[in-house]
Design a protein around this ligand. Structure first.
Ligand SMILES: Nc1ncnc2c1ncn2[C@@H]1O[C@H](COP(=O)(O)OP(=O)(O)OP(=O)(O)O)[C@@H](O)[C@H]1O
Ligand SMILES: [Mg+2]
Length: 371
């Protein structure tokens, strides 16, 4: 097992395509790190550089204490699982699992022991004599993970391994991979564009955009304190609501003055940081569960936004209510039994203490730094 250290890593593809820029990250031994971001942000390139499948244009990558910049993939002690995990169709599951070890000239007994162990861990022992054709998508994916497990690598690399599976199977495999991580205690780097996968699986999450790291944090750290508007919008479903407005002083206090009559006092915790923004524009972010939810409605004297109900989406346990206020729309997550009618005017309460403030000039989070 090993830690993985990337220092100022760059990747420029021919044609001057800057795929990854100045990527620095230390992944602890045994950690589960997820790289997440929209298509083309450089996730696979980063992973492939760790694997040695892609040359790096600058910086260093170390696995354990060893810099691997010039070490070929087969000597890096890593195993990679891809989205397209082509299994050998003419081989049984057992042969597929054993193949990599055979190539490496492992003794027969050792191969058999490792295949049996991987099969047990993944719950595919009864499938060992089948061919891939006779497996479901999820079972095939398990075999692909099994091929990595038998190698007992120091580091597992996953590149969107679940995207070919249907929604239900994805959830199931997500849990299985998390369980596998707990069981093996190996270092794992997992790439996905799906923020739900990132949030549910990662001990730490690296959010990327245009080849650049936006934020590195644990799931709740990302959710509760997104470093900028990109992260705020990328993590969380439905996405965070955004209101443009200004900070004004109101006697001793500061207020946020938003669109059409929406005014809210600046919470105590943000007052120091926002003092510098008096009479300047700021962006207010509010998660859907912080508008019109039971928690918001129970607050005495909570500010309200008067708006009209445009669409209601019942999700079962809760409903998403889409509101419109002039040219601004926002979404509220409310208890499913709270009745709204399309077209009516309502004034959901705002949990202003949960507000996020961003500087519209930089899109960075504005907050009082406590240390
Ligand atoms: N072989 C290549 N030659 C030139 N440009 C490339 C090459 N491979 C990737 N790129 C570019 O590098 C950037 C990052 O690509 P990468 O595959 O790392 O993105 P990604 O985050 O994995 O995206 P996705 O979610 O779509 O898989 C993209 O702009 C892509 O077009
Ligand atoms: Mg990719």
């Amino acid at each position: 097992m090993a830690k993985v250290t990337l220092k100022n890593v760059d990747k420029v593809y021919p044609g001057n395509v800057k795929a990854v820029e100045n990527f620095s990250l230390e992944i602890r031994d045994g950690e589960f790190v997820v790289l997440v971001g929209p298509s083309g942000c450089g996730k696979s390139t980063t992973l492939r550089m760790v694997a040695g499948l892609e040359e790096i244009s600058g910086g260093t990558i170390a696995i354990g204490e060893r810099v691997v910049n010039d070490i070929p993939p087969k000597d890096r002690d890593i195993a990679m699982v891809f989205q397209n995990y082509a299994l050998y169709p003419h081989m049984t599951v057992r042969e597929n699992l054993a193949f990599g070890l055979k190539l490496r000239k492992f003794p027969k007994q050792e191969i058999a022991a490792r295949v049996d162990e991987a099969a047990r861990i993944l719950g595919i022992a009864e499938l060992l004599d089948r061919r891939p054709k006779a497996l479901s998508g999820g079972q095939r994916q398990r075999v692909a993970v099994g091929r990595a497990i038998v190698r007992k690598p120091a580091v597992f690399l996953f590149d969107e391994p679940l995207s070919n599976l249907d929604a239900k199977m994805r959830v199931q495999m997500r849990v299985e991979i998390s369980r596998l991580h707990n069981q093996l205690g190996a270092t794992m780097i997992y790439v996905t564009h799906d923020q739900v996968e990132a949030m549910t699986m990662g001990e730490r999450i690296v959010v990327m955009k245009d080849g650049v790291i936006q934020q590195v944090a644990d799931p709740l750290g990302l959710y509760d304190r997104p470093a900028n508007r990109f992260v705020a919008g990328f993590i969380g479903m439905p996405p965070m609501n955004i209101f443009a407005g200004h900070i004004r002083s109101d006697g001793e206090t500061l207020v946020f003055e938003g669109p059409v009559g929406f005014r809210a006092p600046v919470p105590d915790k943000d007052r120091a940081a926002l003092a510098a923004y008096r009479d300047r524009p700021v962006t207010l972010g509010l998660r859907p569960e912080d508008i019109g939810s039971a928690a918001a409605e129970q607050l005495a004297g909570a500010p309200r936004i008067r708006a009209s109900v445009e669409v209601i989406e019942p999700m079962g346990s809760e409903s998403y209510v889409y509101f419109r206020l002039a040219d601004v729309t926002f979404i509220s997550r409310v208890d499913a039994h709270r009745k709204f009618r399309v077209g009516e005017s309502a004034a959901p309460a705002v949990f202003i203490g949960k507000a996020h403030f961003f500087d519209p000039a930089t899109d960075r989070r504005i907050e009082t730094t406590t240390s």
